[in-house]
Design a protein around this ligand. Structure first.
Ligand code: 6PG
Length: 266
């Protein structure tokens, strides 16, 4: 069982939560998320949450689907958004929406009209991006730095340090005005819809979900333990709310300095 350490900080101030295995990590994540959602809905009547895609979040979303969490949070006050989407429809096995729907949202009491899908199937991804920017303006009450301020954005981490669909050396990394764009990703010979840094860094909190030892080196670089990591997209996440949390299993944390690892793992 891991020891959750809220006071442990990495060089750039990120808080690390390291657990021995994915089930204990996903459980701690779910408990902290419902606690945050309950607090924010008590405080402001709504909780705005953006989900990450990829393979990693499956066990985390499945834990949230457990009936244990059904009654502990006013889910009818929660609004769900998506940080990025592939250029596919919701039925595609590559769809980030499909992953979240089938592992959690389908079984959750969150009102369907409060789940805002990115239309990856759109003939014009640029129009779909603009449409989603307007949805965020309408549905997210919080503001910071002139942009909608989401209460929490979940992010994964690619082996190249990408977050959402902000891949190294792609145009969207330099976006300073728009909150959602269509981004060409030559590395994958595709286009994607993605949040941009203005939107990500306007959030109150950003949580990274990273598992598996294959990610250990990029985690250590993104957390600032190696100078060359400073240019990774993940290292450019500095939300105005100042809260960046990394939820890591032992494998993903295995390249962190030993003392840090010892203190975080029970
Ligand atoms: C996506 C994600 C992407 C993902 C990373 C890690 O659309 O794929 O948003 O940013 O989080 O690529 O993916 P895995 O969790 O599959 O390793």
């Amino acid at each position: 069982m891991g020891v959750q350490t809220m006071d442990m900080k990495a060089p750039m101030g990120a808080r690390l939560h390291i657990f021995h295995d994915v089930p204990s990590l996903a459980d701690a994540f779910a408990r902290r998320l419902v606690e945050l959602a309950s607090g924010r809905t008590r405080e402001q009547g709504v909780f705005t949450l953006a989900l990450t895609g990829g393979e990693t979040p499956g066990p985390f979303y499945r834990r949230l689907a457990d009936p244990e969490f059904r009654s502990v949070t006013p889910w009818d006050c929660v609004k769900i958004f998506f940080g990025d989407e592939r250029s596919v429809g919701p039925e595609s096995p590559r769809s980030n929406f499909k992953l979240a729907w089938e592992t959690w949202l389908e079984y959750s009491p969150i009102p369907r009209e409060s789940i805002f899908r990115l239309r990856g199937e759109a003939a014009s991804l640029a129009e779909a991006a603009e449409e989603y920017s307007q949805i965020l303006e309408r549905e997210v009450p919080g503001r910071a730095l002139g942009f909608p301020s989401l209460d929490l954005i979940l992010l994964g981490l690619g082996p190249d340090g990408h977050i959402a669909s902000l891949f190294p050396d792609t145009a969207a990394l330099n976006e300073t005005l728009r909150t959602v764009v269509a981004n060409e990703v030559p590395q994958q010979d595709t286009w994607r819809l993605t949040f941009t840094f203005p939107l990500i860094n306007a959030a109150r909190e950003v949580w990274f979900l990273v598992t598996e030892s294959r990610k250990a080196d990029v985690v250590a670089r993104a957390l600032g333990y190696h100078p060359e990591g400073a240019v990774l997209p993940a290292a450019l996440v500095h939300p105005v709310g100042g809260n960046v949390h990394w939820w890591l299993d032992r494998g993903a944390a295995s390249a962190l300095p030993e003392p840090q690892l010892k203190e975080n793992i029970g």
